[in-house]
Design a protein around this ligand. Structure first.
Ligand SMILES: [Zn+2]
Length: 177
């Protein structure tokens, strides 16, 4: 069946954001030739039920976690992208291959514990290296990182609550969030 074939490659469901909790989820799977690229939803906040991350703190999370991931001996060669979600409740991580969320878990825990204890200047927060170098908040980034690391340790979550994908009023299927 066509639908069955498709579901082996991409999670063919819509995430119900009223049910999602902080955790590490496979958001999508892409193929590039004979290779996979996996996008993970690194969800730090309960969507729509608690304050989202402040833009300044999120920007600092982006800089420090990206720098950490690109220097991690185990994973640096597999990191394609790290960046914030527009809704400010989490970040996207794109890696080469098709690891499980459980395999990403130790890396995320290392990254966020690193950030929670980070001292010193925010890497790349200079006018030469960043498009808005004063939009940073290290203290809040550390607070958010410590909270997320604690959530990952006390109650890790790796499976999305699912429902049918949303078809918008204009008839297009809605994917990213
Ligand atoms: Zn920047």
């Amino acid at each position: 069946m066509e639908k069955e074939k498709k579901s082996q490659l991409i999670p063919s469901f819509q995430v119900d954001h009223t049910l999602i909790k902080p955790g590490i989820y496979e958001s999508r799977l892409d193929t590039l030739g004979d290779q996979f690229a996996t996008t993970f939803d690194i969800r730090m906040k309960y969507p729509n039920t608690e304050p989202a991350i402040h833009p300044n703190a999120m920007h600092t999370i982006e800089h420090i976690v990206a720098t950490f991931l690109r220097n991690d001996d185990e994973w640096k060669d597999r990191i394609i992208y790290w960046g914030p979600m527009g809704c400010l409740t989490g970040s996207y991580l794109i890696v080469k291959g098709h690891p499980k969320p459980e395999e990403i878990y130790p890396l995320m825990l290392r990254a966020f514990e690193h950030l929670a204890g980070y001292e010193g200047p925010v890497p790349g927060a200079t006018p030469e290296n960043c498009g808005n170098y004063i939009l940073h908040d290290l203290a809040m980034a550390k607070y958010e990182a410590a909270q997320f690391a604690e959530r990952l340790k006390s109650d890790p979550s790796f499976a999305y609550p699912t429902s049918e994908r949303i078809t918008t009023e204009k008839g297009m299927t809605f994917f990213d969030s």
